[in-house]
Design a protein around this ligand. Structure first.
Ligand SMILES: *Cc1c(COP(=O)(O)O)cnc(C)c1O
Length: 401
C-alpha cells in the first residue's frame, strides 16, 4: 500500500464505497457486517435517512459562521443535552480529545476561580484512554503513546484502577479533579462498578474536587442509557462527549454544571469549527432518533439478546472466549488466543470489529442493529471461534508431541 497518508495506523487493506445500516460495501461489492461502527461513532448505522436529510438540508442554508455569532442549532442542542443530563452548560468542539482538553481546563479553572489556583492536578486511571493531544495523552498515561514526544503535560497522577484507597492516597493539596470513563473502552471494555464511581463522587464532594466522566465512547445511547453514568446513579460535575454525538459527523462537547462552569467566561476558551451549523444539524438529528420513545429500550433488548447468545458461544468455545463483558452495545470478548487472530478471523467472515486492550475484541454494532443481524453476527463469531479452537488445539497437540 503506497500512500502519502502519514502511516500512523497499521491499516487493513480494505476500503468501503458505501454503507447502509449495519453494512459496508466495497467497490467490488463485498458486503461486511459492521461491528466497528467507526469505533462507536456510527450509532445510527450508515446512511440513516434522517441524518442525510438533516445534513443536506443544512448544507443548502449555511455551513459555517464562527462563534462570534449566535448559532441556533448549537443553542438547541445544548438545551437538549442539558435537559437530559446533570449539566447546565455545553461547549462544542470537534473531537473526543478536544472535549477532554476542555473538561480538564474547566476543572482547573473552577479551582482557580474558587480561590484554589494551586489545584491543577487530575487523578486518572491505568488502562484509561482519553485521546491523543498532549494533555489528553498525558491523562491517558500510556507510555507507548507518549514515547518520543517530549515531556508529558504536567499535572496528571495515574493510579491503578479499582482500589479506592490508592485514589485517597493520590489526593493532595494540588488535586483539582478525578477523570474516569464509566466503561473503559479502549482499555478492554471494563465496566467500572457503580460502587467505585460512588466512592469517587464522595471523595470529590469531601475534598472539593471536580468529578469528570469521559463519555466519549459510552455517551449517546451506546450502553442503553443516554449517558452510561445514568445507569449508576452517580453524576459527574463535568462530562466529555464525542464519538456518537454526530453519528459520523465530527463533533465533540464538554458539559458542566453551572458551578463547574463558573470560571469559563468570555475569552477563556474557543474553537473555530466547534458547534458549526452543519455539525449541529446532524447532532440534533441524532438526538431526535436516540431520544425517540422506546429507542433506548430497544438498545437494551438488543444488548441482552447479543449478550445471551455470546454467552452460549463462550460455553461452546471456552478455549477461545474467556469472558463476555460490557454494558449495552459496548461489548467485549476477552480472548484466550491473541485478539489479532480473532479480528482477522472475523474479517475473513466479512465482519468488522476493533481490538481493545486486555486482549479483548470489541463488539460495537450500530444501535439500530436488528434481530436478524444479531443472529448473523453470532453465527460469524461462532464460525471464527470454531476455526480458532481447531487451530490452537492442533498447535497444542504438536507442542505436546
Ligand atoms: C475515542 C476516545 C477519545 C478520543 O477521541 P478522539 O475523537 O479520537 O479524539 C477519548 N476518550 C475516550 C473514552 C475515547 O473512546
Amino acid at each position: 500500500m503506497n500512500s502519502h497518508v502519514l502511516p500512523t495506523y497499521a491499516r487493513v487493506d480494505v476500503a468501503f464505497e458505501r454503507g447502509e445500516g449495519a453494512w459496508l460495501y466495497t467497490a467490488a461489492g463485498d458486503r461486511y457486517l459492521d461491528f466497528t461502527s467507526g469505533v462507536a461513532v456510527n450509532a445510527l448505522g450508515h446512511a440513516h435517512p434522517k441524518l442525510i436529510a438533516a445534513l443536506t438540508e443544512q448544507a443548502q442554508k449555511v455551513w459555517h459562521v464562527s462563534n462570534l455569532y449566535r448559532i441556533p442549532g448549537a443553542e438547541r442542542l445544548a438545551d437538549r443535552l442539558c435537559a437530559a443530563s446533570f449539566a447546565d452548560f455545553v461547549f462544542f468542539c470537534n473531537s473526543g480529545t478536544e472535549a477532554i482538553e476542555g473538561a480538564i481546563k474547566m476543572a482547573r479553572k473552577y479551582q482557580a476561580v474558587s480561590g484554589k489556583p494551586e489545584r491543577y492536578r487530575i487523578i486518572t486511571f491505568e488502562g484509561a484512554f482519553h485521546g491523543r493531544t498532549l494533555a489528553a495523552l498525558s491523562a491517558t498515561g500510556n507510555k507507548k503513546y507518549l514515547d518520543g514526544f517530549g515531556p508529558p503535560v504536567e499535572g496528571f497522577d495515574q493510579v491503578a484502577y479499582g482500589d479506592i484507597e490508592l485514589v485517597k492516597k493520590a489526593i493532595g493539596p494540588e488535586t483539582a479533579g478525578i477523570l474516569i470513563e464509566p466503561v473503559m473502552g479502549e482499555g478492554g471494555v471494563r465496566v467500572v462498578p457503580s460502587a467505585f464511581l460512588r466512592a469517587l463522587r464522595e471523595l470529590c464532594d469531601k475534598h472539593g474536587l471536580m468529578l469528570i466522566f469521559d463519555e466519549v465512547q459510552t455517551g449517546i445511547g451506546r450502553t442503553g442509557a443516554l449517558f452510561a453514568h445514568q445507569l449508576t446513579g452517580v453524576e459527574p460535575d463535568i462530562m466529555a462527549l464525542a464519538k456518537a454525538l454526530g453519528g459520523g459527523f465530527p463533533v465533540g462537547a464538554f458539559l458542566g454544571t453551572a458551578e463547574a462552569a463558573k470560571g469559563m467566561t468570555p475569552g477563556t476558551h474557543g474553537s473555530t469549527f466547534g458547534g458549526n451549523p452543519l455539525a449541529m444539524a446532524v447532532a440534533n438529528a441524532v438526538l431526535d432518533v436516540v431520544m425517540e420513545d422506546g429507542f433506548l429500550d430497544k438498545v437494551k433488548q438488543s444488548a441482552l439478546r447479543l449478550k445471551q447468545r455470546l454467552a452460549e458461544v463462550k460455553d461452546r468455545y471456552p478455549s477461545v472466549i474467556a469472558e463476555v463483558r460490557g454494558e449495552g452495545l459496548l461489548m467485549g470478548l476477552r480472548l484466550v488466543p491473541p485478539v489479532s487472530e480473532m479480528v482477522d478471523e472475523l474479517r475473513a467472515e466479512k465482519m468488522l470489529t476493533p481490538a481493545a486492550g486486555d486482549n479483548v475484541v470489541r463488539l460495537l454494532p450500530p444501535l439500530i442493529i436488528g434481530e436478524e443481524e444479531i443472529s448473523e453476527a453470532v453465527s460469524r463469531i461462532d464460525r471464527a471461534c470454531a476455526r480458532l479452537a481447531q487451530t490452537h488445539a492442533r498447535a497444542a497437540k504438536q507442542g505436546a508431541a
